[in-house]
Design a protein around this ligand. Structure first.
Ligand code: NAP
Length: 357
């Protein structure tokens, strides 16, 4: 079987590398670019780091998408904003391959312009993986990878094949009947978490556990995400072992309750002060790379607008991240600036509500 990874960065190199390691008969091709790609090309292998230690896995590497030809399965693992450009180059070569997206963001609309519905499989991963140096990827947090058929199930066979292939990585894989709900569950959690990245704050200790951040930033975002998805009739599906947006809302309410709230905050601070959740968006801002913000909070905004509504709090996150992108690597707001901006936004919304007849 020939498998190609289109966009072999952190996720693609780890999944493709583990599949090749555990099923060496697989013909594995990485399509990538940049320093990480060059290192894999020069060494003829990718180094995988994780609970197993280190292992060098030989892989074929190319920057020429024409080499995808003859693939049975193509794993699409670039950042969402690069999807359209990558597919414009690659899709003419992949014939009748099954195409599997493992990305954050809801990219099925873009992908369906290039892949027939019965061959497209949407998925997401709750792992945390990073390129620690060119040619080396590290599994920093294990988690489930989910794929599944679309609502009309025209791609049920392709979905089964994708799940079988990914299971060969040895990482936990689930086929889920509501993969869109799983994707949105991750997206909305990230949409709230990304607000903490605006000030490089620890999401748990300086975000959720801080009454001002929780009241003016966290809760309005959570409420807006839940209300928008409800209006769009998207039913969320929980990611096994991970909190969803409703769990996040309940936790925030508990944190605001007398006694129990301060008890939870004390425990959370003890556990997470030094062990912060590092969102990829924050890493991109530190490195001065374009972020996926238009595909996460931006997706909530588009969804609201498609229903003739608005999502002003998610819109603010999008605008503020773009402000930071324009300022260049390492630019962030202070926490007071973020809370101040959201507080004013909340007051304006209150004002509008009162003025309504
Ligand atoms: N890493 C994680 O822990 C994690 C966890 C869950 C979900 N995700 C999601 O998984 C997706 C992939 O994330 P990632 O962290 O693996 O990103 P990544 O490390 O940036 O990997 C993507 C790779 O694709 C390359 N690329 C982009 N366009 C290309 C093209 N046209 N041709 C060839 N290569 C191309 C990128 O090159 P450049 O660097 O030059 O752009 C990069 O090397 C994202 O949607 C992300 O949100 C990531």
């Amino acid at each position: 079987m020939k498998v190609s990874v289109l966009g072999a960065g952190a996720i693609g190199s780890m999944l493709g590398g583990l599949i090749k390691h555990r099923a060496p008969e697989t013909e594995m091709l990485f399509i990538g670019r940049g320093a990480h790609g060059r290192a894999m090309h020069e060494r003829g292998c990718v180094q995988l780091q994780g609970p197993w230690g280190r292992c060098d896995v030989p892989v074929a590497y190319s920057e020429d998408t024409a080499e995808i030809a003859g693939s049975d399965i193509v794993l699409v693992t670039m950042k969402s904003q690069d999807t359209q450009a990558a597919l414009e180059q690659a899709s003419m070569h992949w014939g009748r391959a099954i195409v599997v997206s493992i990305q954050n963001g809801i990219n099925d609309g873009t992908l369906l312009r290039f892949v027939a519905p019965d061959r497209l499989v949407m998925g997401m991963t709750a792992t945390n993986i990073s390129v620690v140096e060119p040619g080396v990827v590290s599994l920093q947090l294990n988690g489930v990878t989910v794929v599944g058929p679309s609502r009309d199930r025209v791609n049920i066979d392709a979905s089964r094949s994708a799940a079988r292939l990914l299971t060969r990585s040895g990482l936990p894989v689930r086929e889920h009947p509501n993969v869109l709900g799983v994707l949105y569950s991750k997206l909305t959690f990230n949409a709230v978490g990304y607000a903490s990245c605006l000030s490089q704050s620890n999401f748990i200790t300086e975000g959720l556990c801080d009454p001002a951040w929780r009241t003016h930033v966290g809760l309005p975002l959570v409420r807006e995400c839940i209300a928008t998805l409800r209006r769009a009739r998207i039913s969320l599906a929980k990611i096994p072992g991970r909190p969803g947006i409703h769990g996040l809302r309940n936790l925030m309410h508990l944190l605001g309750a007398p006694l129990i709230g301060s008890l939870i905050a004390t425990v959370a601070r003890r556990n997470y002060n030094r062990r912060a959740i590092v969102f990829s968006l924050q890493q991109d801002l530190v490195r001065g790379k374009p972020t996926e913000i238009d595909h996460v909070n931006g997706q909530v905004v588009r969804l609201a607008e498609s229903l003739a509504g608005q999502a002003p709090f998610n819109s603010a996150v999008v605008d503020m991240v773009h402000e930071l992108e324009r300022q260049g690597a390492g630019a962030f707001f202070s926490r007071e600036q973020v809370i101040g901006r959201f507080r004013r936004l909340g007051q304006a919304a209150e004002h509008r509500k009162k003025a309504e007849p």
